[in-house]
Design a protein around this ligand. Structure first.
Ligand code: FE2
Length: 377
């Protein structure tokens, strides 16, 4: 991933159908943007970055932007009834609306995607202020989720035109070491996975790099199928899940029921030191899924030698998996929205480029224990 500060100078050479430099920002529609921003600061170690709302001339919505290293999250709430944002909140609850992608030419990206069958969300728009100009355009992906293409090579403002710096001099909790978005997972309806795989292949020029079926991923109750799509330079990875038949309601079905459609299931964020990061998150009240202690009794037999001591991994509940290229450490938060929909993954890669397949079973059983508590299994 590339540092946001370096974005104006770094140009990626690529013959991609759809060259993308990285994730630009993630926008969530939430019930109370001001309080959500506080949560991402206090619990997840984000810093105040930018604000747009009544004070900047908006009348219908307000947005707070928080940042941690290369990760920017925009939290948006409506300020009146009968808005598109409000309608979507009513239907889906809090969740991700926009996965914004940083491109060199947002006009070209838009027309190129449209020529290959994309559905338009927003025609290219140039926005300007004293700090330069930004061009944005957008297309729909699964559900009501959209990709916005952001061209910011002629911009050096704090976030986007229309936003002012959000200063909170008295409260800026330390970072917990989250660095960048590693991958973002979408849950789609039964039978729709291959359609969205084809969308990412045909419209976005992505390639499928991995797939899992219900033989890889099944417990007594949950079964799911998943295909992982990656853009040309590997900076954008979108696994797409669909439910498969299980004995009871799978976690994917639970998501689709509560979100009332397809949407973003989890955002995986990378750290260079998962033990420090998860310790800090836990101390700030972030709740994680736990696997049984027996997971650790046989861990080293499964994954071989690792650099980390077993004791803190066991204490924190961090999972480990190995593939041909190395290993990875990962852990999943409980859902962070009122509805049991979206959650975060914290991941540290030590060579491995996969997604923790060896942990799926233990993990899904942990999710099912949560579903049982919710009465949704
Ligand atoms: Fe993941």
């Amino acid at each position: 991933m590339i540092d946001i500060q370096e974005k104006t100078t770094e140009v990626v050479e690529s013959t991609d159908l759809m060259p993308i430099n990285g994730t630009d920002y993630i926008e969530m529609y939430v019930g109370n943007a001001k309080q959500a921003a506080h949560f991402y600061k206090s619990a997840f170690g984000f810093q105040s970055l930018a604000y747009a709302g009544l004070e900047t001339g908006l009348r219908d919505r307000e947005s707070y932007v928080v940042v941690q290293d290369k990760i920017r999250i925009v939290l948006t709430s409506p300020l009146q009834s009968n808005t598109r944002i409000g309608e979507q909140l009513d239907k889906h609850g809090d969740g991700v609306k926009v996965i914004a992608l940083w491109v060199e030419d947002a006009t070209e990206s838009y027309h190129s995607a449209m020529s290959r069958g994309a559905k338009s969300y927003m025609e290219p728009v140039t926005e300007e202020d004293n700090h330069g100009k930004v061009v944005r355009s957008g297309i729909y992906t699964y559900g009501e989720t959209v990709h916005i293409f952001v061209e910011r090579k002629d911009y050096n403002g704090v976030f986007l035109p229309g936003y002012k710096k959000w200063d909170t001099p008295n409260y800026n909790p330390d970072s917990v070491g989250l660095k960048f978005v590693d991958h973002m997972v979408g849950n789609v309806e039964l039978g729709m996975m291959n359609e969205w795989v084809k969308f990412y292949e045909d419209v976005m020029g992505f390639k499928q790099i991995l797939s899992f079926d219900d033989k890889d991923i099944s417990t007594d109750y949950t079964a799911l199928m998943s295909k992982v799509m990656s853009n040309g330079n590997g900076r954008i990875k979108f696994p797409i899940n669909e439910p498969a038949d299980g004995k009871k309601k799978s976690q994917i079905e639970e998501y689709l029921d509560f979100y009332e459609g397809a949407g973003v299931q989890h955002i995986a964020v990378a750290t260079d030191n998962i033990i420090e990061t998860v310790t800090a998150l836990r101390d700030r009240g972030v709740e994680f899924l736990r696997v049984p202690q027996t997971y650790y009794d046989t861990l080293l037999d499964r994954v071989g030698d690792i650099d980390e001591d077993l004791a803190p991994l066991r204490e924190l509940g961090i999972l480990v998996d190995r593939d041909d290229e190395g290993y990875l450490l990962q852990i999943f938060t409980k859902t962070v929205m009122p509805r049991p929909t979206m959650f975060f993954e914290i991941i540290q890669r030590k060579g491995a480029q996969s997604f923790g397949k060896g942990n799926f079973k233990a993990l899904f059983e942990a999710i099912e224990r949560e579903q049982e508590l919710r009465g949704t299994l």
